[in-house]
Write a protein that binds this ligand. Structure first.
Ligand SMILES: [Zn+2]
Length: 63
């Protein structure tokens, strides 16, 4: 079976993500042993990107 909608029923009952110990979100991958949100388990630094932040008014006007 492919990994489309039809195969999603097979995944029922299995947890892929658990609560993250560092950020508290439900984004810690059980098998991969890393957090999708903060990168816990993968990096010691907190995963963060500039594009996450909403652009401030100051930055938009600057051109
Ligand atoms: Zn996390």
């Amino acid at each position: 079976m492919s990994k489309g909608t039809a195969s999603m029923g097979v995944r029922s009952g299995k947890k892929t993500h658990l609560y993250c110990r560092r950020c508290g979100k439900h984004t810690f991958h059980k098998r991969k042993k890393r957090c999708a949100s903060c990168g816990y388990g993968k990096t010691s630094k907190v995963r963060s990107y500039t594009w996450q932040k909403k652009k401030t008014l100051k930055r938009v006007r600057k051109q």
